[in-house]
Structure formats: C-alpha cells, structure tokens
Design a protein around this ligand. Structure first.
Ligand code: GDG
Length: 472
C-alpha cells in the first residue's frame, strides 16, 4: 500500500539527528528513524539540538539524499522544562516503571505543553493537506491534539519507543489525564510489544479517558475511532551483516581482537542510562568471576556506555557509580596481564561496533526495563551463522517477546545472570546455531522495512475520525 502512495511522509521527533559519516550516533530512535527514511525518503522535523535566546523562526530545511531535515531551535527554559524536566524526569522514569526517579515540577509540565504547542505551530508552516504525519515518542504526546485544535485533519500516528506503563503506574504522574486524553487525538498509536498494548488498554476503562475498545486493535474515542496496535521495531539485517563482515578486515578491530589474547569477549553496549541495568550487570559479572574462578583469566567484559543527558543529576550519579563499581571489580580481580572489565565511556563507530558484536562470544543485554532494545537485535544480526555467539537477554526488555531463543534472565538476580553467561559460554555449537537461526528468521520477518510499512499502512487505512479531543 505505501509503495503505491506518493503522499509525503513527515516524521516528527524531539531531536533530529543529521546522519554522521561514521554513524557514531547512539540512540535507538535515531537509528530506527534513519533506517526507516533511507529507502522511501520524506521529511524529518524536530529540534536541531541548539539553544537560542531569540524567538525561533521558521524551520531550517537541509536536504540530504532523499530526506529533508526540517529543524528548529529551542530556548534554555524549553530545554530545562520540556526536555530535561517533564520528558526525562517524569515520563522516562514512569514509562520504565522506575517511579522513585520521578522529579515533578509544575513549571516543567507547563514547559512540556508550551513546547508541544510550539512544535505544532512550526510544523504547521510546512504541512500540506496530503501529508501523513508520524510522531515519535513520549516527548510529543500532545502534538496531534495541538494540530487538530489548529484545524489539521491529516492522518497522524504516534509511536512509543519506550514501554507503556499500566494505569496503576501512570496515575502517579501529575498530568496523566491530560496525556491520555491528548493521546486519543491520534489515528494510530503504536507500541513495541503486546505487553505495552495491554498496559495501554488498562487506561481505557478509567473515567479520565473517553474511550472504549471495539476490537483487539480498534478503540472508540470521542465519536471516532483509532487503531492501537503492536509494531515491533526491527533492524536492517543485510546492512548489519555487511558492516560486521567489512569490519573484520579493519585495523581497529584486528588490534582489539589481538589485545584479547585469545580470551572470550562478552559485550554490552548501552547509552549510559539507569534503565539499562548497568550497575546490576557489573555486579552480576562480579558474581560470575566469584562463582567460576577457573574462568577468571579467560574472560573480558567490554562495556561500551556513551554518556547521554549529561548535566541531569541522576545521569551524572549513575556515571560515577559505574566508574566506582568497574574500578572496584577490576581492582579486586585484575592480574598483571589481565583486566576483567574494559569500560568505555564513549561511543565508537558503527562498523567497528558491528564487528565487535560478531567477534563476541556473548552479548549481554540486561536492562531493568526497555521498550525494545535494538542492541539485542543488532548482536544477533551481526553473528557468523556458522559459529554464532549467544545472547543473554533481560526478560524485561521488549526484545524478549520476539527473541525467545536467547538465554532469558532477570536483571535483578545476579546469580541468574552469572549462570546465564556461564551457560552461554559453554553452549555446544549445534545448539548455538539452532538458536541463532531461529532468531535471525524472526529478525528478517520483523525488519526495519516491515516496521515502517506496517505503521504507514495502518495510518493510510484511516477512514473517519470524529471530534478530536482538545488540548485544554
Ligand atoms: C529507545 C528505547 C528502543 C549505542 N552505543 C553506540 C551506538 N549505539 C546504538 C546501538 C543501537 C542504539 O544506539 C541504541 O538503541 P536501543 O534500542 O538499544 O536503546 P535506546 O537508545 O534506549 O532506544 C529502546 C529504541 O528506542 C528504538 O525504538 O529499542 O527500547 O529505549 O542502535 O547500536 N552506536 C554506535 N556507537 C556506540 O557507541 N555507533
């Protein structure tokens, strides 16, 4: 359906990331959107990452290949209140069921609403009647309601990259009624997993929303209806296979491999975020070294953790906690010729990363909660099918709904994670091949093209909407 449609696709997200030469961008949303726009093209609208004290003007438009990047600047108050504040100190923690991390301030909520109204005004200046609009993530929940209030009737979809919390968690957030009401102004709402869809449905029976399920994926809202469904994000498998293959010949990768001296590589790659379970992971690895002393000198854990949201206190704290924990474990176990943890607090280029995945005997992906987790999928895609590594995956990551042939663990249980890694390291070749083949088939079926196509098709199938919920 989408291939026949020549309607312009407008993707909207908080931050627009221009592609970099070496693909060093760290962040699942960026990786997913760029891959989705690569074939079909379109417009990507959002914040350019810059701060200004002037009233921001019309969007700046830069065209690269077949993508128009349309960006605006924000001011310091917008950044503090909308982005650092309500989005990342309230919505991010509640979506990850980490309520103790919530720091609410009424001024931040005002900022969140103000910036969504600003996004709607700026976007309105480039919209055409035939455009279809695909909004991404928790920063922009009220955007459709703002556009509807300004008279736009285009199909508008929303995709949530993080988990959707059940009503019992969401109700802890001041403003949750407004969020739910404005969410219902979309034509399509997409989630990564059936668990998120089920959690969304727990909200529909609450009086704060005027909505009622009509079938598994259709919901009656304020006189019209919307689609709420599961669209698991995927990866570009062939691109990863090619990158991982090319990396094997590179000097950078060869010198990393030589430095291992034949030891088994265990790899973890995560933005430095408290939802990724990094401290728990290091402590589980410590447990592994305690429980299996014979393995000690044979293993290296490479943890790559590029910093994000620097300047936000909780992120600065997790960073120093990780530095202390990795330093303590290394101090406890290191030998003159062996350091058990290599902790890199910076990003590395995508080709080398895919090459490292291919070389690693074990991928450890153990978030305490994650919408999907693309690293899990990239790790599987990068493996050599003839001699693949094994994925140890948190059951609390959305990816566990599809990658059921990984070793599924509870990230809070150090013994289970330690034993899971040991199991992975000892798994016979035949079993590794079988598990890998099964997961690779799933990755090919639910790849990045399927994600985009299914979502856009759902959006194009819109038939009728009723009176849109307002933003007041
Ligand atoms: C959000 C949701 C959901 C990481 N370090 C480096 C690097 N990365 C790349 C990875 C991967 C991406 O960043 C991270 O994606 P994740 O999905 O793992 O995590 P989030 O950033 O939290 O993404 C998540 C995702 O959105 C998509 O919907 O899966 O649940 O939280 O692609 O490879 N890339 C490079 N160097 C690094 O050091 N080049």
């Amino acid at each position: 359906m989408t291939d026949k449609s020549d309607r312009r696709l407008i993707i909207v997200s908080n931050r627009v990331a221009m592609p970099r030469k070496n693909g060093a961008a760290a962040g699942g949303l960026t990786v997913g959107i760029l891959a989705a726009l690569k074939d079909q093209g379109g417009v990507w609208f959002g914040w350019n990452g810059r701060l200004t004290d002037r009233e921001s003007g019309p969007p700046d438009i830069v065209t690269r290949d077949n993508i128009d990047f349309a960006t605006i600047s924000l001011n310091q108050a917008d950044y503090e209140q909308y982005y650092n504040g309500y989005s990342n100190k309230v919505l991010w923690p509640v979506c990850h069921y980490l309520l103790d991390f919530i720091q609410y301030d009424a001024a931040d909520f005002d900022g969140y609403r103000r910036v969504n109204a600003l996004f709607a005004r700026k976007l309105a200046s480039i919209l055409e009647p035939d455009d279809i609009i695909w909004v991404h993530d928790y920063h922009l929940i009220p955007l459709a309601a703002e556009l509807r209030a300004a008279g736009f009737d285009n199909p508008i979809g929303f995709f949530l990259h993080v988990p959707f919390p059940s009503y019992e968690a969401l109700r802890a957030v001041p403003g949750h009624d407004y969020l739910l009401r404005t969410l219902c102004a979309y034509d399509v709402i997409g989630f990564h997993t059936p668990r998120d869809l089920a959690a969304f449905k727990t909200c529909l029976s609450e009086p704060v929303v005027d909505a009622e399920p009509l079938s598994d994926n259709r919901v009656a809202v304020a006189g019209g209806e919307l689609i709420a469904d599961v669209f698991p994000i995927g990866v570009d498998v062939d691109d990863i296979v090619e990158l991982a293959g090319k990396a094997q010949g590179s000097k950078k990768l060869r010198s990393m491999v030589e430095s291992l001296n034949g030891r088994e590589l265990i790899i973890g790659v995560d933005r430095l975020d408290y939802s990724k379970g990094l401290t728990q992971r290091l402590l589980s690895y410590e447990r592994l070294l305690e429980k299996y002393p014979n393995a000690q000198n044979d293993l290296v854990l490479m943890q790559i953790a590029p910093p994000t949201r620097t300047g936000v206190r909780t992120y600065d704290e997790i960073r120093s906690e990780l530095e202390q924990t990795s330093g303590r474990i290394n101090g406890r176990f290191s030998e003159a010729d062996w350091v058990p943890i290599r902790y890199l607090n910076k990003g590395i280029d995508r080709k080398t990363l895919m090459g490292m995945f291919r070389h690693a005997a074990v991928g450890v992906v153990t978030p305490v909660r994650d919408g999907m987790n693309l690293v899990a999928k990239e790790y599987i895609a990068a493996q050599d099918p003839a001699d693949p590594g094994v994925l140890v995956l948190s059951g609390l990551a959305g990816a566990a709904c599809e990658l059921d042939q990984a070793i599924i663990v509870n990230p809070y249980d150090r013994d289970e994670v330690a034993d899971g890694i040991a199991h992975a390291l000892n798994m016979p070749l035949e079993e590794r091949r079988e598990r890998h083949a099964s997961m690779l088939a799933t990755l090919r079926q639910n790849d990045i093209t399927a994600w985009r196509t299914r979502f856009v098709d759902a959006l194009l199938s819109r038939t009728h909407r009723g009176a849109a919920p307002g933003v007041a």
